[in-house]
Design a protein around this ligand. Structure first.
Ligand code: ATP
Ligand code: MN
Length: 268
């Protein structure tokens, strides 16, 4: 009917618009139709507007910037006091590639998580559950007092969140910056780990590569693989996180071992 035809036309114009943005030609990435559909829905719901360039192309997901849609731009300027700097109107968009995803590995992190019981082994379902898990993990971490990107929306294989950046671009990871005061930075990360654990979560991929430095704060990113403490491997993941973090800060001259860190994080 008429409405469906109009919708189809709007959708194909939207797809063309994304495909034709300059940055997009450079990345040569091509989304499948369902991903365009998810992005389109996010646009219609007012979460994102024009698509920007890629900030990261990973094995399973690419991260892009986008202009915030109407609903986000308004709340973002409200939060920041409306100083009108362009970065307030940008969001980060993490797009998982259903086909490239190593979904067997993903299943290992989903199995045993009571929030995602019985999702089966369908590839699409596994990836979309993963994205919803990442969104839920961000919310839970935020509630626990851990600084993470504010989660904004999730749609199928696409996650929209706060873009942690300055006018110079994305915030740098800990491995990319000179840390003025490693002792203090370590104490902040240790406290974040303790708060996460208290809130029933283990990050599962915590290291200097998944912590960014922004305006004097440390921000934990990449919570897709984070599991609840009930997960059968939660202890192993936590020990690995402690090793990564302790090794990194030991190299920065901090007197710390993985065992000490684990003890502090799990102390009741
Ligand atoms: P990798 O496999 O490299 O760890 P990933 O697919 O797990 O990547 P993320 O770690 O979430 O994805 O993001 C990849 C990179 O994109 C990050 O290292 C960071 O530099 C940047 N990034 C991700 N999310 C944000 C954000 N919300 N704000 C600013 N930069 C971000
Ligand atoms: Mn990462």
């Amino acid at each position: 009917d008429e409405i469906a035809r109009t919708r189809d036309r709007e959708f194909s114009e939207f797809r063309k618009r994304i495909k034709n943005t300059e940055q997009f030609k450079v990345t040569a990435s091509v989304f499948d139709d369902a991903t365009y559909g998810a992005l389109y829905k996010l646009v219609q719901d007012g979460h994102i507007d024009a698509f920007g360039g890629p900030i990261s192309t990973g094995k399973e997901a690419n991260v892009y910037t986008a202009l915030a849609g109407d609903s986000e731009a308004r709340s973002a300027s409200g939060q920041s006091g409306g100083d009108g700097e362009p970065r307030d109107e940008e969001v980060a968009v993490k797009v998982y590639r259903i086909n490239a995803s190593d979904f067997r590995d993903m299943r290992g992190y989903l199995d045993g998580d009571p929030r995602f019981e019985g999702i089966g082994s369908d590839k699409k379902k596994v990836v979309t559950a993963w994205v919803r898990k990442e969104f839920a993990n961000l919310q839970r971490a935020q509630k626990a007092g851990v600084r993470v990107p504010n989660p904004i929306a999730v749609q199928r294989n696409v996650l929209v969140m706060e873009y942690i950046a300055t006018e110079d671009g994305r915030a740098k990871r800990l491995n990319e910056v000179h840390i003025e005061n490693p002792e203090t930075a370590f104490e902040v990360v240790r406290e974040y780990m303790r708060r996460l654990y208290d809130a029933g979560l283990v990050h599962g991929d915590l290291s200097e590569y998944n912590i960014v430095f922004h305006e004097g704060q440390l921000v934990v990113i990449d919570l897709g693989q984070a599991v609840t403490v009930h997960h059968g491997n939660a202890r192993d993941y936590l020990e690995r996180d402690c090793e990564n973090v302790a090794n990194f800060f030991a190299r920065q001259g901090v007197d710390v071992t993985a065992e000490d860190l684990l003890a502090t994080v799990t102390r009741a």
